[in-house]
Write a protein that binds this ligand. Structure first.
Ligand SMILES: [Zn+2]
Length: 498
């Protein structure tokens, strides 16, 4: 039997119950594996001898004699055990090291977006980081490292994808979370040392500063390495004078120590190559070129092998909407950071909150010469909510009203200028116009930041109010879901690859 025979056979006997994802069919020896979609769920279907079939969890559909061998056709669940077995059989389903290739992260809060993301990557020379979730997002979606990674790999399997991809444990602050992510098989780790970055330096008087400074064990030694040293970058001279150096050391030294500690742990615990990103983007102030130069020099001096660095770049980086600020000024400042990173060499610059920052992408890609990584997440959720608005207007209206009620509480952890009064009155727009709400910044942010509340909301008997219905709509209208989402992500990727 070959792939075609399998398809024909399955279609003939099971097409009333299942639709096969034909690109998912894979064979190993004489065994076949593919994804099929039923009324309510997707399943892995395997055609294999009894001893192999028995390893997978599921239900036997039939026994079949092929070339005198007895094969079992089994319908298996999309669970952790089954995907682990598939990963052993098909090594391309394991995430891998990205290194300095240009890369793009597609966070997927619902865990069903990977096939659409992969469509968008088709034909692009950009390394996909398909599993990417932060500790914060995990809490808000009631998911965990393993589930996020498993979902992305099931998506790869469904799409028949055999190329490389990465898995990013994003914004990790503690070693215990790093350990869990390593145990689950993540290949990329984004360290967030923001708890160790001092943000009160400007408020302190000279005496206090001196006192703090003298408490840093290596401050004199570090001072000797940088003081009065000057660096010529793009015709501009960067020089550490006593004041600026002191401030930078005070601001970052604890954070650098924390990163070194995390890196040592990873090097020891993760037995193979991994991507390391260091992110100082969630700081109150913009990262100066001098601070950039200092932290990178210190990481190099202390032998931290990292691939990506996320800085707090100039401008207003709000969730799910275009860059706010002067793009030309951003371009000028960013070109200095890019030149700096190229002259030091060996790492990429990473852009967080990259969703929908279309005006910035060409600058980012050009100035870094492709040594760049971008993270998006919320924008995929917004496309999914848009599809709900298109296909089940009544459900969307409920979600929208609920979001309005929860916005005040949920906005606390975000930097936003959202003005709810600018959102059109839901009672005054027709069903057909609901999707156009997703073109308006305020309503985008309304749905963007309330995702956790929307997904977790339960009624008084403990049943999800929206979550299951959202999944069902996207399941029933999968083609629309994949089309809208892949078109949207493709717009991002095209700006990077031109
Ligand atoms: Zn970030």
């Amino acid at each position: 039997m070959n792939k075609q025979d399998i398809l024909q056979y399955f279609d003939k006997h099971y097409s009333d119950r299942y639709k096969v994802y034909s690109s998912s069919i894979k064979s190993e020896k004489d065994n076949y594996f593919f994804m099929a979609k039923g009324d309510k769920e997707k399943n892995l279907i395997i055609l294999a001898p009894l001893n192999l079939a028995n390893k997978f969890e599921g239900v036997n559909l039939e026994e079949k004699i092929v070339d005198e061998n007895k094969l079992i056709i089994k319908k298996c669940y999309l669970n952790h055990l089954n995907i682990s077995l598939l990963r052993e059989i098909f090594p391309h389903l394991n995430p891998s090291f990205c290194g300095l290739r240009p890369s793009f992260g597609t966070g997927d809060r619902l865990g069903i977006a990977t096939p659409a993301h992969l469509q968008a990557f088709q034909g692009k020379v950009i390394f996909p980081i398909l599993a990417q979730q932060s500790v914060r997002e995990m809490a808000r979606t009631e998911r965990n490292w393993q589930k996020v990674l498993d979902d992305a790999i099931w998506g790869c399997f469904e799409a028949g994808y055999e190329g490389p991809f990465g898995a990013d444990a994003d914004h990790v602050k503690e070693i215990k979370d790093l350990k869990d992510a390593v145990d689950c098989g993540y290949t990329m780790f984004t360290l967030d040392p923001s708890n160790f970055i001092r943000n009160d330096i400007e408020k302190l008087g000279k005496q206090e500063l001196d006192q703090l400074y003298n408490q840093i064990p290596d401050s004199k030694k570090i001072e000797g390495l940088y003081l009065s040293k000057s660096y010529k970058i793009k015709g501009q001279e960067l020089i550490f004078n006593e004041k600026s150096l002191k401030e930078i050391i005070l601001t970052y030294s604890e954070a650098i120590n924390h990163v070194v500690k995390c890196y040592e742990f990873l090097k020891d615990y993760k037995k193979c190559n991994f991507d390391l990103e260091i992110s100082v983007d969630e700081t109150p102030t913009v990262t100066s070129p001098l601070a950039h130069l200092f932290v990178v020099s210190e990481f190099k001096r202390r032998e931290v092998n990292f691939q990506n660095l996320a800085l707090h770049f100039l401008g207003d980086w709000q969730k799910g909407i275009e860059y706010k600020g002067d793009v030309k000024q951003f371009a000028r400042e960013f070109s200095l950071h890019a030149a700096l990173s190229k002259s030091i060499g060996g790492y990429k610059l990473s852009l967080h909150t990259g969703s929908d920052k279309f005006s910035v992408y060409p600058i980012f890609a050009r100035e870094t010469g492709g040594l760049c990584h971008i993270k998006t997440a919320g924008t995929s959720w917004l496309e999914e909510a848009k599809v709900v608005a298109m296909k089940d207007p009544a459900l969307y209206r409920e979600i929208h009203r609920f979001a309005l009620e929860n916005f005040k509480k949920d906005r606390a952890s975000y930097n936003l200028t959202t003005d709810l009064s600018r959102i059109p009155d839901l009672d005054k727009i027709s069903d057909g116009e609901l999707a156009s709400l997703f073109k308006q910044n305020d309503s985008r942010q309304l749905i963007h930041i309330t995702y956790g509340s929307i997904l977790m909301a339960k009624d008084n008997v403990g049943k999800y109010i929206f979550k299951d219905r959202i999944y069902k709509i996207l399941f029933d209208y999968e083609e629309d879901h994949y089309r809208e989402l892949s078109n949207h992500i493709r717009r991002h990727l095209e700006l990077l690859s031109n």
